[in-house]
Design a protein around this ligand. Structure first.
Ligand code: NHW
Ligand code: EN5
Length: 388
């Protein structure tokens, strides 16, 4: 059934019941001298192209490839529209490898027709901190689908990751592959219900009028928690301490240091937003919340071209109840003109979703590890990892 995935060191559906297999690597590393030295062959009309994200022309081409060919919902009403600034941020964390930004171009026209990327990360599974690649932005142009190009891209990124002596990877997908470590649900909190209904993102509930719906989702003008403010560079050490202590509670989570926190969580306009609570008395940083910005193109709508969505990222509460903290996140997202606030049922998110009027979406997100087995998988609430 899975001609490609059956050949890969991933949990196989047929082994799912076998709890005698140990946690950890499925196959051992091979000596670097045995890692294939040259790129996998592509069909003759195409060539590999290592992307330079400093190059504005390349970035524009990558943006356009994804804006027209990347992920859509199951009814093809919306398509992710990652901004150029977001792509630069997502692909250039501390110690990134340029060789892991892999394009495929048409030899003749030089048009970018496919892409896959990896970035390095330390990810902890139980008590094992593992150097991994986070794989994302796998995309094949719509006109080149179902020609088995994706397996070539995946093998090539695997080879380039192996060349850095890294043997594990983490990735998410909306489709079921062998074998998820866990399956999460998307939840959505309307901020601009009228627009969401107009574009078909949500529906008017039974026995609900538009004005009742608008009232239902109304939020205060400004955050309510005293000491709630944007994160700044001077907060990196305190946020790192808070986040490390919090992520230690989960079975699978990133192992962030201060450099990671500075990159992934320091606010960048229209890319990532982070807020914290600084105690007005002690000036201690006690709570933290963040979201990233990922608009979707609205396909085939006469009135609107894009939906502005915020996605819950990492949140930590020690003094302010998580529900109150996330209510403030909703308030600032509304102030900043987002149409919807999305969250997965990971970490402790279940504790605020219903209370804050999030509703379950029709999309799921499956989490995967490559060459790493976790017996019997984990629950979404045991997962402390959010990929972009
Ligand atoms: S998930 C988003 C993926 N992208 C999209 O959905 C964009 C729209 N779709 C497309 O561009 C986030 C194409 O449909 C794609 C497939 C390119 C998805 N992951 O070329 P063929 C990520 O980026 C398998 C993995 O004919 P296609 C994470 C499929 O099961 N595999 O199909 C990426 C089949 O294999 P099988 C996927 O439609 C993680 C084969 O591809 C997949 O023209 C990558 C068919 O290939 C997916 N999302 O192109 C893995 N979708 O065995 C990283 C389909 O079933 C692994 N397939 O026959 C780790 C690597 C690093 C290791 C380092 C140690
Ligand atoms: C790799 N990083 O399906 C990501 N989104 O629910 C790749 N549904 O937006 C994998 N279908 O439920 C991504 N509205 C996998 C997700 C792909 C995109 C996707 C879903 C997630 C989504 C919306 C729109 C559905 C349109 C028709 C949805 C209902 C919202 C409603 C608001 C009010 C309260 C109840 C829920």
């Amino acid at each position: 059934r899975h001609k490609f995935w059956e050949t890969q060191p991933v949990g196989q559906f047929r082994d799912a019941a076998d709890s005698s297999l140990p946690d950890g690597a499925i196959e051992p590393p091979t000596p670097l001298s045995e890692v294939r030295a040259d790129p996998y062959p592509l069909p003759a009309a195409f060539e590999w192209y290592t992307c330079d994200l400093d190059d504005d022309a390349l970035l524009t081409d990558l943006y356009a490839l994804l804006a027209h060919n990347y992920v859509e919902d199951d009814e093809n009403m919306f398509r992710f529209n990652y901004s150029p600034a977001f792509l630069r941020w997502a692909l250039r964390p501390p110690s990134f490898f340029r060789a892991w930004h892999i394009g495929v171009r048409a030899r003749e026209s030089k048009k970018l027709v496919a892409f896959i990327s990896g970035v390095p990360a330390r990810i902890r599974a139980r008590d094992d901190v593992v150097r991994m690649a986070e794989i994302n932005f796998l995309c094949v142009h719509k006109k080149l689908r179902s020609k088995r190009l994706a397996p070539v891209l995946i093998r090539e990124v695997t080879r380039r990751v192996h060349q850095e002596n890294i043997w594990q990877a983490a990735y998410t997908a909306g489709v079921v592959l062998p074998t998820p470590i866990t399956t999460c649900r998307y939840w959505h909190r309307s901020l601009n219900p009228k627009k969401l209904i107009d574009v078909g993102f949500s529906r008017l509930g039974p026995r609900m009028t538009m004005s009742r719906t608008v009232r239902l989702y109304k939020l205060p003008e400004a955050p309510l928690t005293p000491g709630f403010r944007q994160m700044e560079l001077r907060d990196v050490a305190a946020v790192t301490r808070l986040l490390r202590a919090y992520l230690a509670k989960f079975v699978v989570a990133p192992d962030f240091d201060e450099m990671d926190v500075e990159h992934w969580l320091l606010p960048r306009e229209d890319v990532v937003d982070s807020y914290l609570v600084e105690s007005p008395e002690t000036h201690e940083v006690t709570d933290f919340c963040s979201f990233y910005t990922l608009p979707s193109s609205v396909l085939n709508n006469a009135n609107y071209a894009t939906l502005k969505a915020a996605y819950s990222y990492y949140n930590v509460s020690t003094k302010t109840p998580l529900q109150q903290l996330m209510n403030d996140a909703l308030i600032v997202a509304k102030q900043k003109n987002y149409d919807v606030f999305n969250a997965l049922d990971v970490m402790e998110n279940e504790s605020f979703l219903k209370e804050l009027k999030f509703g379950p979406g029709d999309g799921q997100l499956h989490y995967y590890l490559y060459n790493y087995r976790i017996r019997n998988g984990i629950k979404p609430s045991e997962l402390g990892l959010v990929l972009l």
